[in-house]
Design a protein around this ligand. Sequence first.
Ligand SMILES: [Zn+2]
Length: 62
Amino acid sequence: MPRPRRFYDVIRIGPVQVASYYDGHGHTKHTATCTAPGCSFSTDKHDRAGAELAAKTHRCQP
Ligand SMILES: [Zn+2]
């Protein structure tokens, strides 16, 4: 799996991975990405809690 950014604090909630990373401009961002096959869910949040909430409430498309 390519890792274009330096992710840290990577956790998994169900099929969704939550990670934080530096955007290269002095900011930390938080992303939630679903790893389920066929699901392209991915979202960036400004705060970690928001990313984790998005992961917890995500439901894969049928
Ligand atoms: Zn999904």
